[in-house]
Design a protein around this ligand. Structure first.
Ligand code: DGL
Length: 267
């Protein structure tokens, strides 16, 4: 295990990474819950999508992101990507002596709430094929039917600034309609890019189908782990945030400024 962080300062930033812009949905939940915390967000958009890559590639990219955030002095790493969490977090936790927060599709709350006993999961191919995801779903498969849908193409459209496009509506319709026909009453969003699709999904889905994502749970977990390690920032000031991307700064800016009214950020 590499001891990368010693004498951690409470005001050190929270490091957040994703394969692209999607993890900003998790960053936003954390920022809402912990407004005094500083943060550094890393969008590895040049290598998106992770979902079509091999486990080895996902581990190697996740490690590169982790190293970068640790070099910048982060006190905790939020893997704001289901694909990276399900494929790489075990490896990262073993190798780096810093707390890691991961995100996984929220199957448990969906399984507790479903009445039709049919739950749909929209996630990347990399998440659905991971052993961590398979282990989790196997646990629920005796009680509920789980419909897995691979969302190939969605991340690509978003990373090219085509979130609100006809192509996106058509693709979502193609993926969602068969699950609705099979009686799904809860749709689990298993990718941090997907919460941005909620306005479109609400137009496509029947009103009785509920959408579940893991953003708030990840933020709560971040708070709990910071608390446990005495790492919460006690400052009364509003946190400072830096955003880095190796892809299009415009696409990242657009999502932050349009959705969260965040401006004057460092890129
Ligand atoms: N936001 C990533 C996730 O949560 C997208 C993965 C990808 O790049 O395919 O899975």
């Amino acid at each position: 295990m590499q001891n990368t962080i010693q004498n951690i300062d409470n005001s050190a930033p929270i490091g957040v990474f994703d394969s692209g812009i999607g993890g900003t949905s998790i960053w936003n939940e954390i920022n809402q819950l912990l407004p005094s915390e500083n943060s550094i967000y890393l969008a590895d958009s040049a290598h998106a999508p992770y979902g079509i890559r091999s486990k080895e590639e996902i581990i190697s990219l996740s490690e590169k992101n982790t190293k970068l955030l640790l070099e910048k002095g982060c006190k905790i790493i939020v893997v704001a990507c289901n694909t990276a969490t399900t494929n790489a977090i075990k490896y990262l936790r073993k190798k780096y002596n810093v707390p890691f927060i991961g995100i996984e599709p929220a199957i448990k709350p969906a399984s507790l709430k479903t009445k039709s006993k049919v739950v749909g999961i929209l996630a990347t191919k990399g998440t659905l094929s991971s052993s961590l995801f398979q282990e989790t779903t196997n646990h629920y498969k005796e009680e509920i039917e789980i419909l897995e849908q691979d969302g190939t193409g969605i991340v690509e459209l978003m990373e090219h600034g085509k979130l609100d496009s006809v192509e996106m509506v058509n693709l979502l319709q193609l993926y969602i309609s068969p699950m609705v026909e099979k009686g799904m009453d809860h749709l689990v969003l298993g990718c941090s890019h997907y919460p941005y699709l909620i306005p479109i999904l609400k137009k496509i889905l029947p009103v009785e189908v509920k959408i579940i994502d893991s953003g708030f749970a990840a933020a709560k977990q971040t708070k709990a782990i910071l608390q446990l390690n005495n790492l919460l920032n006690n400052s009364k000031e509003i946190g400072k945030h830096n955003f880095y991307t190796n892809g299009s700064a415009d696409v990242l800016k657009q999502i932050l400024e349009n959705r969260f009214n965040v401006s004057a950020l460092d890129f």
